[in-house]
Design a binder for this molecule. Structure first.
Ligand code: WTA
Length: 621
């Protein structure tokens, strides 16, 4: 057992789950009983008649049950002492602090819900949200869910084209944004981006604007409405919509190798059960915890582990607006000290970026409140793991390396606080999850061999469908290896049954933990008048995990200059967002393609990294 990092006695004594192996075995033998027992810990207007109904590859969970995720996140606390506990503590990059108890947050959400209603938003309507990391972002997501509308959040690091296509696909009639925000010392004009994104979209009737900076913005009377003016005059009571367990809660877009971004749909009942229990068991959540998930609510990590599961578990939830290293590399550590954070959850890219400043900076802060640390979004290299464990967790906080996806909604493979840990491994599957590593025919591969990571049993927080594109749902996720859910990741399993995630096997990139599909980036290049064709790959990067490299074919007669490279970088920033800025651009005369004309990015990547090209039998001759 020498290669394991073992939990302390204190952690073992305080954990909900003491015997993973036994409960795991039971949960696979009787998944209905396992999930039903979890669901019973939550509030339902009407209980379900069936735990799971399979119409493979579609699954309905808690069929016949009626609930609303907000009834569990907020309403049910109002008649208990918890109503006076802090629910949300927020600090802005400018030092402004906002604190809401569970009662105050409930009132804020109710006012916002009434405001949405006053604008004509009804059950089933899509509500596009494009906001910085301010309290109103979380509030309006909860407000949308409360009235049965479907929120579709676009991360504020995205730009015009990315926002435009997502608003259009969702057919939203309303967009909620802010006048702007400061990212480091730069003003980001979110309202202006919204104006550009909807200028040819008459379906959007109203834009609700939170005043965050007070910078001047274009304001169209009748269409643009100030949040403060509308929300403050609303009643603080708003009935929560009673919903079917399988009614949609949100659509979150993620892009792939072809076509427009995919709208991943999640529903209230199963999602609520999945995020609740994973957060509870994996972070060992207790009422007095101060939980900080340093992601953005605009990504799935923020949806599941900022906006919903901390409140469902009744903890105090902390949100900080700014980046980890501004104005200095001690900023996040100072937040942990100031707010006595007990459970801290971030991405390897942030850990690596902060590690590079050395041990002295975190050592200046009192981090003794920490009990459990988390990692998510990309593989964490053992070196970063050990630094996080030693310097931040002082060798007493286990690290939960949680593997999951937008589509899975909840953690799928992760250690528990009591697990013996292996630095760099995401551990074993959560209860009820059957994960395997297989070859392209679906046959399990040998121990320590790379293969495709698949899931062989449904889980409650699984996505329901791809919005308006069921073919993608059935083909991309369930059609590759029949009968199993294809994750798109490579993995291996070692002789102890631990999973090691080895990165994507498709054209999806993870850049600083952000997920990008090649299609969206390439179309931003091709939108430039000088570009004939483009292919984008991810290259290993020490801090970011991956960096973006583009291969570009110019139109006949266009000169390949450095100025043009810069112009193309600016173009991608402007259309997709600063987070998608390519690191490298190479002008090429041709791209490797299959005989049917598909770009073989795998070949470009292997060449770039000096690797064996693998099977190229389908390559154009
Ligand atoms: C990657 C983020 C290694 C993986 C929650 C997955 C990880 C993709 C881990 C989903 C982890 C996520 N170790 N890789 N702990 N967690 N990934 O949809 O490639 O933004 O398929 O969801 O991130 O990214 P998404």
């Amino acid at each position: 057992m020498s290669d394991f990092v073992n939990p302390s006695e204190e952690i073992k004594n305080n954990a909900y789950v003491k015997d993973y192996e036994k409960l795991y075995k039971d949960s696979l033998e009787h998944p209905d009983a396992f999930w039903e027992n979890v669901a019973k810990e939550l509030f339902w207007y009407k209980p379900w008649t069936k735990v799971i109904e399979s119409k493979h590859p579609y699954y309905d969970w808690f069929v016949g049950g009626q609930t609303n995720i907000v009834a569990n996140a907020l309403d049910r606390w109002q008649k208990t002492e918890k109503k006076d506990q802090l629910a949300l503590v927020w600090e802005g990059q400018d030092g402004k602090v906002v604190r809401y108890t569970y009662q105050q947050l409930h009132e804020q959400v109710s006012r916002a819900a009434n405001a949405l209603k006053s604008l004509g938003v009804k059950k089933g309507d899509r509500v596009s949200i494009y906001m910085p990391r301010i309290p109103e972002q979380t509030i309006v997501m909860l407000a949308s869910a409360k009235i049965g509308a479907i929120h579709t959040v676009v991360y504020s690091g995205f730009s015009v084209q990315a926002l435009k296509s997502r608003i259009e696909d969702a057919e939203s009639k309303i967009v909620i944004t802010a006048d702007g925000y400061h990212f480091r010392d730069k003003l980001v004009e979110t309202k202006k981006t919204v104006d550009d994104a909807i200028k040819d979209n008459p379906a959007v009737k109203k834009v609700l604007v939170v005043k965050r900076t007070g910078n001047p913005i274009a304001f169209t009377e009748g269409k643009d409405i100030w949040w403060e003016e509308l929300v403050s005059k609303q009643d603080s009571i708003c009935p929560t919509e009673i919903l079917d367990a399988n009614d949609p809660l949100f659509i979150l877009y993620t892009s792939g190798s072809t076509g427009t971004p995919k709208g991943v749909i999640h529903a209230h009942g199963g999602y609520m059960v999945g995020v609740y229990i994973t957060a509870k068991y994996i972070f060992n959540l207790r009422s007095n915890d101060v939980f900080w998930c340093a992601a953005d609510p605009g990504w799935i990590t923020g949806h599941s582990y900022i906006v919903y599961s901390p409140f469902i578990n009744g903890v105090t939830n902390f949100i900080y607006e700014g980046p980890p290293d501004y104005p200095d590399a001690g900023k996040w550590w100072s937040m942990i000290e100031k707010y006595k954070i007990t459970k801290f959850y971030t991405a390897p890219t942030a850990i690596r970026a902060l590690m590079k400043y050395g041990d002295a900076i975190p050592q200046k802060y009192n981090l003794s409140s920490l009990k459990i640390l988390g990692s998510v979004g990309e593989p964490i290299n053992p070196e970063a793991w050990r630094w996080y464990y030693r310097v931040i967790g002082k060798e007493k906080c286990p690290i939960m390396d949680t593997w999951w996806q937008t589509e899975t909604g909840m953690h799928i493979i992760s250690p528990l606080p009591t697990s013996p840990l292996k630095p760099g491994s995401a551990g074993k599957p959560f209860f009820g999850i059957k994960a395997d590593v297989v070859d392209e025919k679906g046959t399990p591969v040998a121990v320590n061999t790379q293969g495709y990571l698949v899931l062989k049993k449904p889980w409650p927080a699984m996505f329901k469908d791809v919005y308006k594109n069921s073919k993608k749902y059935t083909d991309l996720y369930w059609g590759k290896i029949p009968g199993t859910y294809f994750t798109g990741d490579f993995a291996k399993r070692d002789s102890d049954g631990y999973f090691w995630i080895l990165g994507r096997n498709d054209d999806v990139m993870k850049v600083s933990g952000y997920r990008f599909g090649s299609a969206e980036l390439e179309s931003a290049f091709v939108a430039h008048p000088s570009v004939a064709e483009a292919a984008v790959i991810g290259k290993p990067h020490e801090i970011k995990g991956e960096s973006i490299k583009a291969f570009v074919i110019l139109k006949v007669g266009v000169q390949p200059t450095d100025e043009l490279k810069n112009e193309l970088k600016q173009q991608v920033r402007k259309l997709i967002g600063p987070i998608a800025t390519p690191d490298e651009i190479e002008f090429v005369p041709a791209l490797p393609k299959t005989r049917s004309g598909k770009i073989m990015r795998r070949v470009l990547k292997a060449k770039e990294l000096g690797q064996d090209l693998g099977d190229t039998s389908t390559l154009e001759g």
